[in-house]
Structure formats: C-alpha cells, structure tokens
Design a protein. Sequence first.
Length: 407
Amino acid sequence: MNIREVNINEALIVDAVRIPRAKAKKGEGAYAALKPVDLLKPLFNALTERNRLSSDEVEDVLLGCSTQSGDQGANLAKIASLYAGWSDTVSGASISRFCCSGLDAINLGASKILSGMESVVVAGGVEQLSRVPMFSDKGAWYSDAQVMKATRFMHMGLAADLIASQQGFSREQLDQLALRSHQRAANATRLGYFDKSLIAVKDPQGQAMLRQDNNIRSDSDLAQLSRLAPSFADVVDLVKPLVKQVYPQIRLQTSHTSGNAPALVDGASLVLLASRDACQRLDLKPRARLRHFANASDEPVIMLTGHLRSTEKLLRATGLTPDDIDLWEVNESFAATVLMYQRQFNIDSERLNVNGSAIAMGHPLGATGGNLLGTLLDELERRDLSCGIISICGGAGVGVTTLIERL
C-alpha cells in the first residue's frame, strides 16, 4: 500500500479577532443576558467575511474554556460553530488547561497544520464569567477535601501573594504595575490600537453592545490603589500550614487587592490558522507564522510560575535569548506574576505589555490566549517589528508560551 507523503507545513496566522471585554456581573454585565455562543457568533462571521472564506473549508474549531459546565458545556466549540451558521462539516473540540486554555487551543491548531494533517483550523476561546463563574463546575481540585490535600490546592490569589512574599515585591511595586496597565490600555484604546481586531456583539436592533473594553480606569492613580484592602487577608491563616510545609523560609503576607489583580470579564477570541498551500489555494493573506510553542508545569503551591518554565523550554528549543524578542505579552495573572517574569528574563518595561493587559482590560480565562495573540500581532505590525512572545500561567502550576513571527 502506497501512502502519499505529507510535507511539514508552516502554521500561518491569517486573522485574529475578539470582542470587547465586559465586566462580569451576574444579571448586570453588558453581556449578562447573552449566552457564550452569542459572544462567539460575531467572531465566526467576521472570520468568513473579512477573509472571504467559506466555512466548509475549515476542518476543525478548537476552543479553550476553563469552566466547561452549564452554558459552556457539551463541546461548546462544535455547538458554537453550528450556532453561527457554519457548515455541518466543521468539526470541533473544547479543551481546558485552566487560564492557558485559549493559547493551548491555538498551539494545538498550529500543530495540526504543522503535521500536515489539516490545512485550515480556527482556534481561540471563550469565558462568560457572568453566567458560568469560576469554580462552578465543582472540580475535585477545589471541592473535594481529600483531593485538595493530596494535590496541595492553593487559591491562585494566595499563590500570587506567596510569589510577592518570596520575591520581596512591595505593595507599591504591585500597584505601580497595575497603574501602568490602566494607563497603557487607556492610551491604546484612545489611539485605536485595538480597533483592527475588535468585533462588536450587537443587540437585536443591530447596535453594538460595547465598542471597547469597559473595565479600563483611565483616572486610576496610586493613591486610590493604595487604599484598597488586601483581598485574601481573611483566609490567609487557612493556608499558612501548607506554605510552612512547602516553603518554610517564606513569611506569607497578603498584598494583592482588587486593584492589582486581573479583572474578571466576559470575553471571546478566535484566530484563523492555515497552511501555506491553503493560503494560496483560498487566496488568504497570512500575517505571521507561529514559530514555536511550549507547555510546562511547576510546583502547585506557588502555582503561577508555570509560564517561566514553558518560556525557558521554548528558548532552549529555539536557541533564542530574551534579547531576540521584540515584544512580550505576559498575562497579568496578578501583578507579582508579571514582575517575577520580567525579572527572570530581564525584560525592559518598554517591551512588556505595552498596551496594558488583564489588570486593566480583564482576564476572560479561556479567551485570554487569543486576546493576547491578536494584541501582540497588531502591535508588531504597527511598530514594524518582527517577533513576539505570548505567555500565560494557570492553575495547579501549568504554563504555556508561544512565539510568533511576522511574515
């Protein structure tokens, strides 16, 4: 039996779109009356319309979603594409790697193309926290006492406080990073830096429900941030025995507040990936290539350091150094996690999260990977730069890092 040889392809990024992020408030948020499929539908439509692409050319849809229950259950990737009116021939799968889910979905889509097994894939993610809150799936990691003890469960906010305590980051340093995030996001919004990727969700009358991310506080200042109380002071004593067991040398102090932590928002994002042959056949205009990616994990008590390990893995594999990277998009999974990442790789602030990140604009969990990739690609194009890294940490120690390069 003769099997036709399949050549290794490039994984090309054709387009990246997202909706404006909305504060997640049950019954009150801008998207609270909608369903997750409603947040995704305009993005599916935008990819076909903007790229003059028939949906039956797409072989798979991969969606990251951290909490896959309720409105986000039942393989949302497949159901959302059907709901958007896409071809019955488009397959779909939903995946979870906690906060890294969306970026992992994009990497998995790229690997399908790199292997030659598929040629056109859509990947991204969604999280509608106003309808499906964190922990509402009642996973054993955070609801079963026996499992929690065996796996050294730690709330991510307290893990961020542990990092700040270990690294010696002051409350003022955390608040300064938060302020910078708001200032940069407000500036980028005012100058239209996000406009290329933003797709509005419309009401039944055809009016945009939001035109920009609505959590950004352009009037924020250090005095306001400094007055906010630590978010986890009331529960810190519950985890001190665990911290003493694993990190006896660290004196855990609470320093993260609602002001220097990521805002919880509703969001959705999609990325169109294709092989070189598919781009030529379908007259698609690729903007960049996904050059390399890595996932890794770290110790689960300190937890939010997996992206350090995945970045180290990627740099080793590619032979690159941090100085070779033009721009970095590191999810603001609490201020201390970004400061630690910046210190680890000696990144200049002028190359890191240059248009703000999750503290200002929000962290819609499964949708964050696609959000960051689109923001990075738009900014690389605006500045006429070559390459950038997206990196996200997640629950239980996981982390994912992706390297993209403009064509």
